[in-house]
Design a protein around this ligand. Structure first.
Ligand SMILES: O=C(O)CCC(=O)C(=O)O
Length: 253
């Protein structure tokens, strides 16, 4: 289903917990962003997150194991390159977020704020989770923007979402110690079975809520998958003082 106006997109996000906006970013801009990322990946420009840091399923055991230096994320994308922060603060993002939050939007530099670089070998899968599990704000109301810089499918580790899960009352017992949604529980399995994996093309954007359950598989293709991801909140929903969410200055759009 294609969702035309911003108002309809915001409405779909409110109802489903995510919305795909096809072709929001031009192929030229996407190619330029991907080229920056490829260069920075090749030069291993810090700060980086390695697969071996997280050790999700499929990741190398340690930095010294084969594939130990596989980069999962180029961190602090906002500060890495003007091309990245121009997209993060683009007028179309500002107007979208203003419509959604109904107030001045802010970019959080503490969360996402990265270029995901999912590698074919040693790129791990990410279990079911809600992003807000480690985030600390006055309210659980933040929206992330995932820009695909190339095709994203089940085969190369594209995202899966459980529609309407942002509204589901899920108790702590639904999650494990690391706050992953437990796929061994029958009630959880019933929800997971309703998940969808929208196929993305270069320039497509997914807006998703911080309470939407999502996961992603391994990259079974032979190319690195690049996705640029930023997170936003409204002015009245401040990060809690002293928390990791408050560790980096917010950016007013
Ligand atoms: O690409 C992935 O493996 C999942 C990314 C994700 O779910 C996240 O960063 O919250």
């Amino acid at each position: 289903m294609s969702v035309h106006s911003k108002k309809e997109q915001v409405q779909t996000l409110r109802e489903q917990g995510f919305v795909v906006v096809p072709g929001l970013v031009s192929p030229e801009r996407c190619r330029a962003l991907k080229q920056i990322a490829q260069q920075q990946l090749q030069l291993a420009v810090a700060p980086l997150e390695f697969e071996a840091d997280l050790r999700y399923p499929g990741a190398p055991e340690s930095k010294y194991a084969p594939g130990g230096h596989t980069v999962r994320r180029l961190l602090d994308a906002y500060a890495r390159h003007p091309g990245f922060h121009e997209w993060a603060c683009a007028p179309e993002i500002k107007s979208w977020m203003t419509l959604y939050f109904g107030e001045q939007p802010y970019l959080s530099r503490a969360h996402h704020n990265c270029m995901m670089t999912k590698h074919p070998a040693y790129g791990s899968l990410t279990g079911w989770h809600r992003d807000m599990r480690y985030w600390s704000f006055e309210r659980d109301d933040l929206v992330s923007v995932w820009l695909a810089l190339g095709p994203e499918t089940v085969n190369n580790g594209g995202l899966w979402f459980v529609p309407q899960s942002h509204d589901a009352a899920l108790t702590a017992s639904c999650f494990d110690e690391a706050k992953f949604f437990r796929s061994d529980l029958p009630d959880n399995q019933a929800l997971i079975q309703t998940a969808v994996s929208p196929e993305l093309h270069m320039g497509d954007v997914v807006f998703f809520h911080c309470k939407t359950l999502h996961s992603a598989g391994k990259n079974l293709s032979d190319e690195v998958k690049f996705s640029l991801v930023f997170t936003y909140h409204g002015a009245s929903n401040a990060p809690l003082p002293g928390s990791r969410s408050a560790s980096l200055a917010e950016v007013k759009l």
